[in-house]
Design a protein. Structure first.
Length: 353
């Protein structure tokens, strides 16, 4: 007859292994309780783990577009604010010209001219507004400041002086007081205005005034739609206000006859009316983009909720079951600790003493 025996060391090692396994299971169970999802999705879901990965990727893609849309919304909102200020600048200039009513009073003319220059400066300042490090009215050339200032050292001022001097020389006009209404009209319509008109051969506007691109920025606002997310300083509203302002600043207070001055004032008011219409058209276009971005965000948010629901249905654990498992494992480990402690006290020396 053979007698076998088990040492207390072997039993302690067995308990130690049991505790180690319980600790590993407890860590996973506690993770599931805290996150509400499987600790190891691959094991828990099996062949459906691929679907879980796809849902996670789709949610990340949708959230990325929503985050991008927030930047687009900021750009559109800042553009609308700047365009609103520019429209107000144009209206103020127009009101100044209307209030002048063809007066030849030097003081009033000087005040009006200064007001026109001030509003032009404010208009240019708003036109150079930037947001998030990008100029709003530069089209796709967002790193370039779109509008140049108009002063005695500017290229636009030099071009005006050259155009006026050449016209007077070519037509035998010795001084501003010799201008007739017909000659001033000819100068404005055939020499000055073309410098501010898009599509002409040289397009001096892009040399003297603007560094903007004609191409506006577009942004993808959902999985299948893009919108215009900026405008540019080469649009008609910008050009017409600059033309009207130059007319007023340079010619209104000059030594011309009353009839010529009335023509200048009336023509400048007409160009400013076109400028207001042009700027407001840009505001309307960006307003439509804002509405489309909002609609896209609502749609994307709904899609994110659907994806999240599908993901949760696939990955969520039973909270009650997970908590029960944690409690059971804790009880099991506590029992293991107690047994290990008792085994460690089992020693032959205790019984031989």
């Amino acid at each position: 007859m053979r007698i076998s025996f088990t040492s207390n060391l072997a039993m302690q090692n067995s308990m130690r292994q049991t505790v180690s396994e319980s600790q590993s299971q407890l860590l996973k169970a506690q993770t599931e309780v805290s996150t509400g999802t499987f600790a190891d999705q691959g094991i828990a879901l099996g062949y459906q783990s691929g679907r879980s990965v796809n849902l996670t990727a789709e949610k990340s893609r949708l959230n990325s577009i929503v985050d991008s849309n927030s930047i687009v919304s900021q750009r559109l909102s800042a553009s609308q604010s700047a365009l609103g200020n520019m429209s107000s600048d144009i209206q103020t200039s127009m009101n100044s010209l209307i209030a002048l009513s063809g007066s030849d009073d030097k003081t009033l003319l000087n005040t009006t001219t200064q007001s026109l220059q001030s509003q032009l400066d404010a208009f240019i300042s708003s036109g150079n507004t930037s947001a998030n490090g990008e100029f709003l009215f530069s089209g796709i050339n967002t790193a370039n400041q779109p509008l140049k200032t108009y002063d005695t050292a500017s290229a636009a001022k030099a071009s005006f002086n050259t155009a006026l001097t050449n016209y007077m020389s070519a037509n035998g006009i010795g001084s501003m007081s010799n201008f007739t209404v017909a000659q001033m009209q000819d100068f404005v319509e055939n020499n000055l205005a073309p410098m501010y008109t898009a599509g002409n051969g040289s397009d001096a506007w892009k040399t003297d005034w603007s560094a903007a691109s004609d191409t506006n920025m577009t942004s993808r606002v959902n999985t299948a739609e893009t919108v215009q997310s900026s405008t540019n300083a080469n649009n008609d509203g910008f050009r017409k206000f600059a033309l009207a302002s130059v007319l007023g600043v340079e010619l209104l207070g000059s030594d011309v006859t009353s009839d010529v001055r009335q023509y200048i004032s009336k023509t400048a008011i007409g160009y400013m009316g076109e400028a207001v219409a042009g700027v407001d058209a840009q505001r309307s276009a960006l307003g439509l983009s804002e509405a489309r971005v909002k609609t896209a965000n609502d749609t994307m948010t709904a899609q994110v909720n659907i994806v999240e629901t599908a993901f949760n249905n696939l990955n969520e654990v039973d909270a009650y079951e997970a908590s029960t498992k944690v409690n059971n494992l804790l009880a099991q480990m506590e029992a293991s600790y107690q047994l290990t402690s008792r085994l460690q006290k089992l020693s032959l020396a205790n019984y031989l003493s």
